[in-house]
Design a protein around this ligand. Sequence first.
Ligand code: HEM
Ligand code: HEM
Length: 187
Amino acid sequence: MLNDNKELWVSVLAAAIIAGIYAFVIYFTGKVPAAGEFFGHAIGILGFLLMLMTEILYSLRKRSRSARWGKMSEWLRFHIFTGLVGPFMVFLHTSWKFNGLAGMVTWLTVIVVFSGIIGRYIYTLIPRTSDGIELETSLGGAQAAAIAHARRLLALWHTIHIPIGMALFVAAFVHIGGALYYFTFLK
Ligand code: HEM
Ligand code: HEM
């Protein structure tokens, strides 16, 4: 599973289309879209919704253990797609200013996305069924030791990707609450 890079190419294509729309908006308005104005706001909200889907859907499917909801490998692909495209949209929302808490939310997002790319690589080193269940290997020697090492590495990796993801959402909700209160409602 995940041995081709289909979800990465689809994400790059989606990001290129979104970047094209962003360039079009700059061309017509003559300026970089501000985070609190219509386009910047909309792209921030849509990107954040994709990030929320990234956080929630794969975990729900992983715990349901029911094949009725579709293959785990396809949910992980979707996790990666929304986990790349959502942060990309949020990045365009920032108007390239990274002050205070909002700047910190951006950095946490960058860390979670880059750790995800590394995790995807480690994940594919472990033999699995298409439903994500790890296969016991009958191989001996160096190859079995390499797989055991990858398993330990993935467990360690989970302790980075998941808690930083949670910290990111706590900080993002504070940013959203503050931004809406001071910028939108008090205006
Ligand atoms: C993880 C998601 C998000 C990140 C990383 C993020 C990041 C940022 C950054 C870096 C800025 C610019 C701050 C500055 O001027 O230095 C900003 C501004 C802003 N954001 Fe977000 N944002 C996110 C989601 C959202 C969402 C979902 C909303 C709306 C519901 C929102 C509303 C705003 C508003 C209104 C501003 C303008 C504030 C101002 O100019 O004072 N953001 N955001
Ligand atoms: C907004 C960005 C992201 C968030 C919030 C996020 C969050 C999470 C969470 C909560 C899990 C744990 C699922 C579970 O075990 O219940 C997870 C797992 C994982 N994520 Fe992400 N992720 C993001 C982006 C990415 C990206 C961009 C990639 C790859 C390019 C990625 C690859 C993975 C992999 C390989 C796993 C492990 C799957 C497993 O062990 O079953 N993530 N992510």
